[in-house]
Ligand binder design. Structure first.
Ligand code: CP3
Length: 368
């Protein structure tokens, strides 16, 4: 493996192989983040944090005070500012668009709210074929505010890549069917097992909505996308393959020509890592339960990995954090590409200074 020094990184774009999607042009093609996603040599392991744009930052809480979550997601100026906050503060290698997984279903006309401390709450849960029939597709005009926010951000971020995202069909379906967050996903699974035809119709429509939402973000200039299937880990591999994989594949394969790396992430997915890679991911996100070397052995050599420090570890004393960050980096050396992240989102009670120190430590320790 050749190495790239920080000094010449910008001049070291490797020509694309025919098997891969076309490379993004300009400085984004050579960012450490995009290079790691593409399994190319990097000057250092890139790092960002899921939920970095959010409640662990006092400047975020201040900006959001008195403004509802959905309203914030629909105001491009606020979205841009909140997305930039962790980039300025921590020096992370990528920004993630401030939004939420339910934004595109709200744009499709589903009445919902995002309740602080609870999450998305749906006024009329989707539980029958007739309910699914009422769920319409979206057009780019329905999410014009996202297009505008991404364009503002791409201009403001310069060489820092912006990650777009969406929720995967299963996780979105679980909110729509349950009406809100659920521990067991009981009603969701009851629909999946009991009325597979309605289930597949629901997931197929959600896949269309998600794909359109991601296409808007890609057209506006995001450098990568992450498909969050946060709750897929509640399924066995057989059920995942039968009831979920075709729909996640429709989304990820639908972006194969987009030229941006596709990251696919879920929690508790140790048994699903291979299948989630097969859905069409360039990078598989791994939670803290599976060490990255073991994850890579399961996923195979054709995909990079992202993860996987336990977010709770950031609440422990610094020497403990330091040891674990180094362990994650060492485990990640077994992967053909590694993007450092947490195994799930930043907890609101995390000290932001610890996040900044983790970024510095990852960069120092992984310097090639
Ligand atoms: O990662 C980032 O920093 C970008 C922003 C982002 C948010 N939600 C902002 C948010 C992203 C990527 C998401 C995705 C999301 N939303 C997921 C997938 C990721 C995951 O955590 O598994 C899921 C399952 C949701 C649904 C959702 N929205 C939940 C469970 C919650 C938390 C409820 C709470 O308040 O504790 C939300 C609300 C939400 N989304 C907040 C933020 C910053 C908190 C709202 C607030 O600040 O009032």
């Amino acid at each position: 493996m050749t190495t790239t020094t920080p000094g010449n990184a910008a001049h070291d774009a490797t020509p694309d192989t025919p098997a891969r999607a076309p490379a993004p042009v300009g400085p984004l093609a050579t960012s450490a983040f995009v290079r790691a996603c593409r399994r190319e040599p990097v000057p250092h392991t890139p790092v960002w944090f899921m939920r970095q744009a959010g409640r662990s930052l006092p400047e975020y809480r201040q900006l959001r005070s008195g403004i509802g979550m959905l309203e914030s997601c629909r105001r491009p100026d606020l979205v841009a500012e909140i997305t930039m906050q962790p980039v300025r503060r921590h020096g992370v290698d990528a920004a993630i668009l401030f939004s939420d997984i339910v934004v595109p279903v709200a744009a499709a006309g589903v009445e919902l709210d995002i309740v602080a401390g609870t999450g998305p709450v749906i006024a009329e849960p989707v539980r029958s074929a007739a309910d699914v029939g009422r769920l319409r597709r979206i057009t780019p005009d329905d999410v014009g505010f996202v297009d505008e926010a991404v364009r503002l951000l791409v201009a403001a971020l310069g060489e820092t890549p912006l990650i777009g995202f969406a929720g995967a069909p299963f996780t979105l379906a679980s909110y729509l069917v349950e009406g809100g967050p659920s521990r067991t996903h009981g009603r969701t699974k009851a629909l999946m097992y009991g009325d597979p035809q309605t289930w597949h119709a629901l997931c197929a429509r959600l896949a269309e909505i998600t794909l359109e939402f991601l296409r808007v973000q890609v057209t506006a200039g995001v450098a990568a996308v992450q498909l969050f299937d946060s709750w897929a880990g509640t399924l066995s591999e057989a059920d995942y393959r039968r009831h979920v994989l075709p729909h996640s594949t429709a989304v990820l394969h639908g972006l194969a020509d987009a030229g941006v790396p596709r990251i696919h992430f879920g929690v508790g997915t140790a048994e699903l890592l291979k299948a989630m890679g097969e859905a069409g991911a360039d990078v598989v996100g791994v939670d803290w339960r599976t060490p990255l070397d073991i994850a890579t052995a399961r996923i195979g050599p054709d995909r990079a990995v992202q993860g996987n420090l336990d977010p709770c570890l950031l609440l422990a004393p610094w020497p403990v954090v330091r040891t674990e960050v180094r362990r994650v980096l060492a485990d990640g050396l077994a992967a053909p590409g590694h993007v450092f992240n947490l195994g799930h989102g930043v907890l609101p009670e995390t000290d932001p200074d610890v996040l900044t120190r983790v970024v510095e430590l990852v960069h120092e320790t992984s310097q090639r």
